[in-house]
Design a protein around this ligand. Sequence first.
Ligand code: L34
Length: 289
Amino acid sequence: MSATLIKGSEISKQIKEELKLEITELKKKYNVIPGLATILVGEDEASKVYVGAKEKACKELGIYSERINLPGDTKEGDLLALIERLNKDDRIHGILVQLPLPRHINKTNVLYAIDPKKDVDGFHPVNIGKLMLGEPDFLPCTPHGIQELLIRSGIETDGAEVVVVGRSNIVGKPIANMLLQKKKGANATVTICHTGTKDLASHTKRADILIVAAGRPKAITADMVKDGVVVIDVGVNRLETGLVGDVDFDGVKEKAKAITPVPGGVGPMTIVMLMKNTVQSAKMHAGIV
Ligand code: L34
């Protein structure tokens, strides 16, 4: 058996078309133009690519975008002052500070400074709390993209054994929380594995849906999965040979029912869900939802 590809690159295009219509209507009916500010501190090459993709998506969809590039030695106080200004700017409905930040800047201080109502990344503690309670305003973009991939690919999560590998605040913890909610596109039995897990394969072999955000190439090999598994590979590892995920794709695809490629899987979904959250925020600010 060779797996069906879950093409995030295609599914994200479809969502973009839906968003375009929604944005046109917002403009026409309510004179509302969604606005996003992206902030990049320093010169990290991967971050430049991701922020560039975010800005490009805004242009494509008719979202107002403000891109702010700050030098790597920017003082934390100056970044906080910028966020304060953007919190008060009525054209801006979403504020995104690209991670990772330089080490001299305290990430917590920065993420807490963003107005939760403009926190389109869903990283502010208020939004993380709301997510856990099942009443989210903004779902974090990568987990939101994963859930949308599953729904739009017709993959049943209700009662499924989902195993998440990785416990980061931006992927592992939120996706696990989202999929255990008693909701459509969720209601799964969720296991979270991490570097402290004793026998990783004993867990991953039980998975109907395996979500891998381990941050390490070939963290999952064919012998660690069961036949017919659905695999979502969140990894983005830049090797000399090119971009690879966290899953040994060539081996695992022979056992899996469906699998996301890297590139072209989860990555493009992260970008489009940020656009969706920005539109959502503009509507919330205008009192439309
Ligand atoms: N604040 N920081 C904040 N929000 C985020 O949601 C992110 N993330 C992660 C890193 N830091 C962040 C992203 O934007 C990861 N991430 C991200 C976004 C887009 C892509 C990958 C990661 C992406 O588009 N990947 C393409 C390949 C692009 C390439 O050539 O590198 C893909 O097809 O997977």
